[in-house]
Design a protein around this ligand. Sequence first.
Ligand SMILES: Cc1cc2nc3c(=O)[nH]c(=O)nc-3n(C[C@H](O)[C@H](O)[C@H](O)COP(=O)(O)OP(=O)(O)OC[C@H]3O[C@@H](n4cnc5c(N)ncnc54)[C@H](O)[C@@H]3O)c2cc1C
Length: 344
Amino acid sequence: MMIHSRHFLCRLAISTVRPRCFASTLVLAEQIDGGKLAPVTLNTLTAASQLKQDVDCIIFGSEKTSETANQLQKFNNLNIKKIFVAENAAFKGLLSESITPVLLDLQKKNNYTHILGGSSTFTKGILPRLAALLDVQPISDIIKIVDKDQFMRFIYAGNAILKLKSNDKIKIMTVRGTAFEAAKQGDGSGEVKIEKLESSVKNDLSEFVTREVTQSERPELSSARIIFSGGRALKSKENFKLLYDLADLFPGQATVGASRAAVDAGYCANDLQIGQTGKIVAPELYIAIGISGAIQHIAGMKDSKVIVAINKDGDAPIFAMADYGLTGDLFKILPELTEKLKKK
Ligand SMILES: Cc1cc2nc3c(=O)[nH]c(=O)nc-3n(C[C@H](O)[C@H](O)[C@H](O)COP(=O)(O)OP(=O)(O)OC[C@H]3O[C@@H](n4cnc5c(N)ncnc54)[C@H](O)[C@@H]3O)c2cc1C
């Protein structure tokens, strides 16, 4: 009898700690503006669904995480089994130092084979940390999933595509949002479970103090349908107003971007920079105004659906990328364009 009960206890202990032994994916979902799902998470869900295995998601935040989880729950068509909600005052500011240990614990418990997050400052702080703690190689900015071990990503500022094979047991990846369609909601019938993740947060390394967010009526660069992007040729901060005037003719749809030369010259804020060291965008319409088309700029906008270039130099490299080109002086063209669009 004694032996019997010890045997039972032993089996019980094994079954509670035994990690999942089949392939499964964890998506690090991103919450923005208190209770909203970041658009890039939807692209990441599409990438995760292409792995064709069970998907769990996790949302971190200091408040309103249930609202974000409810939005995520509507994607019940993508093999999502469970949404973990990790809400704690200590997650204010979403510091990597607070979040990574919790992710590490979850990984150890559930033995995910793939951990994905949309390419953003949020995930780029966390996932390489997690990869280091798990002693695996992080894979950044994937643009295609070939199979469970092989992925594609750009190299040399977008001039070549690398197909890589990872032999790591756990693949930790950031997903380039512009390379995957945003996931479409299912019928929201509530098959996806939501589970609160109780966690004690130990972070002696950093503390969130404050965040200053730029207020703008215009959409985010990553979600705008139209981008009027200005380069060095704009010559001043005041002249950038020509671009804002154009964008404001398409409220809620258009915004303003810039080349690094324009940002470095102080013509606009650096969060407008598009390119290798700026943001990666893929709007329906990208209008490059007084931008030469350096490879580092092209790396950030070449996936745009339609590209228009306005440049006074007919040999500028940007014309090789453009679907439509206008050779001429932007200071003549832009006021004319604005007037014509206003009449329309
Ligand atoms: C490591 C590294 C990372 C980088 N990352 C980025 C990045 O993320 N994003 C980025 O943009 N750059 C980046 N750069 C810089 C990049 O190499 C270029 O220097 C930069 O993109 C040039 O910006 P531009 O096209 O505005 O300026 P320019 O190259 O000076 O081009 C200005 C253009 O305006 C045209 N022009 C001038 N006057 C007029 C006029 N009146 N009307 C019409 N056209 C006119 C000119 O013919 C010219 O083609 C990076 C560079 C390095 C080395």
